[in-house]
Write a protein that binds this ligand. Structure first.
Ligand code: MSP
Length: 510
């Protein structure tokens, strides 16, 4: 049994949650559920990032105080995660007193260790990114991502000596080759470090919506500098040393590719500066795109479908919670960009869920009802399906363990395909009741049992329902791994029930 601490980025509350945020959160949730399933002591953290200019501007635009605005918008994230059945253990808000306390203690430690100094910051800034640019990294003075004019900034700030950590970061990357995955993203971060690091401005006097600098109260911390520390706040940094020692550094940060520099360069350096070990792993994913673009509000032309306008709940209302989760996990390999489309989700639903999984369960439960009086027979010890099952289990487990829900589901669906083919070959629906039918159906029920265990991190509700329908007691997530995935354990605890279709086919919209 290991320890597994998984986090999502904390989301800005300048606007409502959209399907891009859901993509990250559902992936983290499935991986957390997998680790709980295999018996790891698991902690799953998500939350909201509530300081900074962008959030203050959004509140002003809505004629609300930052406090009231952040309360309202943070609650919308929680609602979205409830709608998607997200099993977070903690939801952090950076406006909470516990976060103020941890940030101030963490930064005081860095200050006392001599890595923070005062200087004048002069340069370009993008409020939408909450990030600095140089003239060279801008596009004719505009932000390369938001295509908006960058703002000239000049103020006296406190700086973090990031440049002092170049060598230690290089060493950390070399001795921990899997610190950042996938490798392409690791190479990106590594080249950034090798290219030379500049010190960063970490405080502001121009805004007050932030966490005050304990040794200079005119300043508040720059939003990114406060935000990263949330990963430590949630495990009690500065408040509960035992809890910190329990979870740190068993941390796995799942992030989108646009925030690599903050998590893979700044954050490990900040930890080193405060006298802590860097996090153990950062898993980077690509963007979900619509029509090949990650359309932001500012870039989208009137009338176009914007990813940022798709609320998770509109999807769950249309397709159901687990099908949306399945699509987000299955369609794209974590690390690459993926295309989000209504047609894509409909197709996955009809093919993988209705035709493959739904059909398998419906067929088996129907034939067990008609040929075995509704009592599920036992599997054969030496079934050919066993070989397929063992291969699928090994591949799925390996994929779940390396943060690849897509790979895990792909492997699981090979077992579903093999079981459907096995049923086609033997056609138990044409056979007379007796030991031959029992053998085929017992094997198929065992395969379904295993599929339910392997898929439960992705589709918890559907898998529970499948478990119940094939007459098993308890739940697929409550079994003791790895004994639970050893072939041959199907044993009817109750009647097998056909029930309504698990995934009624979606007919194309006119
Ligand atoms: N607040 C910072 C993160 C601080 S973490 C210490 C931030 N927030 S954000 O609201 O902009 O959301 C960031 C995350 O949302 C991205 O890293 C990514 O994980 C997810 N996504 C936002 N849009 C997305 C897509 N279009 N596609 C995939 N993920 C997307 O940055």
């Amino acid at each position: 049994m290991g320890r597994f601490y998984v986090t999502t980025p904390i989301y800005y509350v300048n606007d409502a949650p959209h399907v891009g945020h859901a993509y990250t959160t559902v992936n983290a949730d499935a991986v957390a559920r997998w680790h709980r399933l295999i018996g790891d002591e698991t902690k799953f953290l998500t939350g909201t990032d509530e300081h900074g200019q962008k959030v203050a501007d959004a509140a002003a635009k809505h004629e609300m105080s930052p406090r009231a605005w952040t309360d309202q918008t943070s609650a919308r994230f929680r609602e979205a995660w409830d709608a998607l059945n997200i099993s977070y253990d903690d939801f952090i808000r950076t406006t909470e007193p516990r976060h103020f306390e941890s940030v101030q203690k963490f930064l005081t430690a860095i200050y006392e260790n001599g890595y923070i100094y005062k200087d004048v910051y002069k340069g370009l800034y993008c409020v939408s990114c909450e990030d600095y640019y140089t003239l060279e990294s801008s596009v004719h003075g505009n932000c390369p991502i938001h295509e908006r004019a960058l703002v000239e900034m000049e103020e006296e700030n406190w700086f973090f000596k990031l440049s002092a950590f170049e060598d230690r970061l290089i060493e950390y990357y070399t001795t921990n080759p899997n610190f950042v995955t996938p490798e392409t993203k690791r190479n990106e971060a590594y080249s950034f470090i090798k290219g030379g690091l500049r010190d960063i401005s970490i405080t502001r006097t121009s805004i007050s919506w932030g966490i005050p600098v304990p040794w200079d109260e005119k300043h508040v911390f720059y939003v990114w500098y406060d935000a990263l520390i949330n990963y430590l706040t949630a495990i009690g940094y500065g408040r509960d040393d035992d809890e910190v020692a329990r979870w740190w550094p068993h941390s796995h940060h799942l992030i989108g590719k646009e925030i690599i520099r903050f998590h893979c360069v700044w954050w490990p350096a900040m930890c080193m500066a405060a006298g802590l070990e860097p996090p153990s792993h950062v898993q980077v994913h690509g963007w979900l795109l619509v029509g090949g673009q990650k359309l932001s509000k500012t870039m989208a032309a009137e009338g176009e479908v914007r990813l940022t306008d798709i609320a998770p709940v509109t999807l769950t209302n249309e397709f159901g919670v687990d099908p949306v989760r399945y699509y987000l996990l299955r369609e794209t390999s974590l690390g690459n960009d993926g295309e989000f489309s209504h047609e894509g989700i409909t197709q996955r639903y009809n093919t993988d869920l209705a035709n493959n999984l739904g059909n398998l369960v419906a067929r088996v439960t129907t034939v067990v009802s008609s040929k075995c009086a509704g009592v599920g027979p036992a599997p054969q010890a030496n079934s050919v399906l066993r070989i397929e099952a063992e291969a699928a289990i090994a591949r799925a487990a390996e994929a779940w363990n390396r943060f690849s829900p897509q790979g895990a589901l792909e492997a699981t669906w090979t077992l579903i395909g093999a079981t459907n083919a096995y049923l086609e070959r033997h056609a138990p629906w044409k056979m007379e009741p007796g030991p031959d039918v029992d053998a085929v159906l017992g094997d198929a029920l065992e395969a379904i049992r295993l599929v339910a265990i392997l898929s439960t991190p992705a589709m918890p509700e559907v898998c529970e329902e499948i478990w119940r329908r094939v007459g098993l007691a308890g739940s697929p997530s409550g079994q003791t791994y790895p004994q639970s995935v050893v072939w041959g354990q199907y044993c009817a605890d109750g009647p097998v029930e056909r029930g309504e279709p698990l995934f009624p086919r979606i007919v194309k919209r006119p």
